[in-house]
Design a protein around this ligand. Sequence first.
Ligand code: ATP
Length: 373
Amino acid sequence: MAGHVSIRDVSRRFGAFTALDAVSLDIPAGELVALLGPSGSGKTTLLRIIAGLDFPDTGQVLINGEDNVARHPRERGVGFVFQHYALFRHMTVAGNVAFGLQVRPRGLRPSKAEIKARVAALLDLVQLGWLADRYPSELSGGQRQRVALARALAIEPRLLLLDEPFGALDTKVRKELGQWLRNLHHDQAITSLLVTHDQEEALELADRIVLMSQGRVEQIGTPAELYTKPASPFVLEFLGEANRIAGVVGEGGLVRVAGTGDAVAQSIDPGHALAAAGQAVTLYVRPHDLLLEARADGAAVVRSVKVAGAFAKIEVVLADQVLTALTPLHRLPSLHLQEGSRARLVVAQGMSFPTQGAGGSLQFAAPRSFAMA
Ligand SMILES: Nc1ncnc2c1ncn2[C@@H]1O[C@H](COP(=O)(O)OP(=O)(O)OP(=O)(O)O)[C@@H](O)[C@H]1O
């Protein structure tokens, strides 16, 4: 049975440093949830507390409604896969997978035949049956992590905790294993919590993302919710690149680029001006929402054009601000842009986070172009 996890007001201090600050969150049974955040934001500390490898100063860890803080890790029904949680080197692949079952107290331990059958089934699941008799040193990094996963699943955990399980692997293998974990999770009645600092991995794999910063939860939501309705500039900038364009609100709620007076955007919702006229605002615009047109009288100057895979990255300077635009590579020739070209910018969409008035983010009408100076 998959576990429903509820973290209530969990705090953890190391000396004077607060690693977790009254964290509360719910992980519905059967979901794959990514704990995402920059280095040092408290992800591993939270995972260790859920696992029972560390203890909160205050707060509760409920699994299926029962407080687990006083429980031994082995009694929690939790499986772990850590980046550096090495396999037992002196045991074969099959021996490693069988380990969690063999160390069970006699009354709870399956028979030898049952253990053998379960190990074979798990190795089939991770598609490594043909390597059962090898030792860890004879496996690739990706194969080792799949063995670690089979080992974690052997005890039939209700909760699977994964701490950067693919962090040490190259990008291609990492992506393959990520998709494979996603499918595996789908087929098993299990709740999974995946720690990662890779936003792409979280967006691709998770049902829900918990974004942490400095020991606190910044936002919880589906990948789409976090991407399209970020609660703060921190969330927006963590989930992909964004240009910041300094603007000043003019008459009728129209925002003008600071230093040029060129109109950029206005609020989609006419009832909610971004801020009072004359106030400074920061517009956040994703590189693919910043469109460029070569124009001799354009207010922006192209600083560099770089090809990165299927996209071209174009840096422009506008009123002392360096902005990045991203365009599909096949469109680059038709843009007629090179270093030194003048360009006009069109903002397809962007966001701002007003500090006054109605909270939350406001989307801007699209498209609003920069008028020529
Ligand atoms: N045992 C400890 N003693 C003192 N400080 C600690 C201890 N464990 C963690 N910390 C501190 O708590 C903070 C959170 O650490 P944690 O490992 O949870 O971060 P993280 O989000 O998992 O980071 P990373 O992505 O780098 O693994 C860090 O500043 C870390 O230095």
